[in-house]
Design a protein around this ligand. Structure first.
Ligand SMILES: [Zn+2]
Length: 408
């Protein structure tokens, strides 16, 4: 990546145009870190960067006060946001009483505050795994996404707003491949340590980035580190976002840190797999926390996939497990209900698809809808996915270096 970045800078400095991918398909065809992660820009993001917070990693939080649309929405909910203390480090808090249903200290998923929806911490359908990955889009995820496509396997992808803006074509691939996209906040900080405005902005701008790039508005989010309490749940719910947690953690993200090794992570996968085989999910399914963070985490996902497919009857994105057939605000993309999915997979893998090819709502992209079948061991392969017109973006040669263009 260093070499590639230098190359682009040199070219830009001499007013030559870097050869760069401009479409989702071009990006999806690349393999290897240097090629996949070479910086590029597409007008969709480079020309709208000033509508977003800075893209410097993990430090900035959005300021909604300079954004009339965001601020109007924030103002409309601000007065009703519960008056729950910000969880500054070192705060005195009784995890047993747990008045705020603060997951970080108690794994609480049933809000104490009336009117809040429960967190989703397990797939509701029996013998079913809600399959998903945090921290994307990873710039070098093509091998992993190729693997998922080869198995006709859909997943739920929890995307970080900054990464969506850095790697918009990679984000588009998730939509094109029929995965479900959820919000994983803008900067991946601890949400309960943020002010109301900051927490709102983390969700708002990630939704906006995903909408800009894919034409789709998510209705689900996962708090980084699981850090959520009733104040944050309330803000998310006002933005029409379901809160998704987990009950199993692979700790794949922590490999090499804090004594976590490859063996630890494999052992965590094995725990889930063995629990499934032992019938622990016969009345309700599971969700495990895994990541598309790097080669190791994606490699573990691939190497454990056969065992997961064997241990669970159904491995599906959460939309399918929850019977949420239209998991975006836009209704042109549909997922099968759980019953449709299971019938589909039982009937010899016959495919069903829908395609409407309606506009994604952004000025320069459109995509077709897909029926997102997923793999199950009933047939090995489920219905094929039919996509409408592939993403078409205004073609322009990228001259901007990703990241640098968004510092407005
Ligand atoms: Zn994360």
């Amino acid at each position: 990546m260093r070499a590639a970045l230098t190359g682009v800078l040199l070219l830009a400095g001499s007013f030559a145009l870097a050869q760069s991918q401009t479409t989702e398909a071009e990006q999806a065809a690349l393999l290897g870190y240097d090629a996949e992660c070479a910086p590029y820009g597409i007008p969709l993001t480079t020309e709208t960067g000033n509508e977003f917070p800075q893209l410097q990693t993990m430090v900035t939080v959005p300021d909604v006060r300079n954004d009339s649309a965001a601020f109007a929405k924030f103002q409309s909910i601000n007065a009703s946001i519960p008056n729950i203390p910000i969880k500054y480090p070192g705060i005195q808090y009784d995890p047993n009483a747990d008045p705020d249903c603060w997951w970080t200290v108690s794994n609480c998923v049933t809000p104490k505050l009336a009117g809040l929806n429960m967190d989703i911490s397990a797939a509701p359908e029996p013998r079913t795994l809600g399959y998903g990955f945090d921290d994307g889009p990873a710039c070098d995820h093509n091998e992993f996404y190729n693997f998922l496509s080869a198995h006709n396997q859909k997943a739920t992808m929890y995307y970080i707003g900054i990464y969506v803006m850095w790697s918009p074509l990679q984000a588009q691939r998730a939509a094109a491949d029929g995965h479900q996209i959820c919000v994983h906040t803008w900067s991946h900080g601890n949400m309960t340590q943020m002010t109301n405005e900051e927490a709102f902005g983390e969700l708002w701008y990630t939704m906006k980035a995903i909408k800009l790039v894919t034409g789709l508005t998510p209705t689900c989010w996962r708090p980084p580190h699981g850090d959520v309490d009733d104040r944050i749940r309330y803000i998310a719910q006002q933005l029409n976002l379901d809160t998704i947690i987990w009950r199993y953690d692979s700790f794949d993200w922590e490999n090499g840190l804090n004594g976590v090794t490859n063996a630890t992570v494999q052992n965590n996968y094995d725990t889930l797999i063995n629990d499934a085989k032992a019938g622990k999910f016969d009345t309700g399914g599971a969700i495990i926390l895994t990541h598309e963070l790097n080669n190791f985490t994606m490699g573990m996902a691939m190497s454990n996939y056969p065992a997961l497919i064997d241990a669970f009857d159904y491995v599906v994105p959460l939309a399918v497990a929850m019977n949420k057939t239209t998991p975006y605000v836009e209704t042109n993309v549909t997922f099968p209900s759980f019953a449709e999915f299971t019938n589909q997979t039982k009937s010899s893998g016959s495919s069903s698809s829908s395609s409407s090819g309606s506009s994604g709502g952004s000025s320069s992209s459109s995509k077709g809808a897909s029926t997102n079948g997923t793999n199950s061991k009933a047939t090995g392969q489920s219905g094929a996915v039919a996509l409408g017109p592939s993403l078409t973006l205004a073609v322009a040669v990228a001259a901007a270096v990703a990241g640098a263009a968004f510092s407005a």
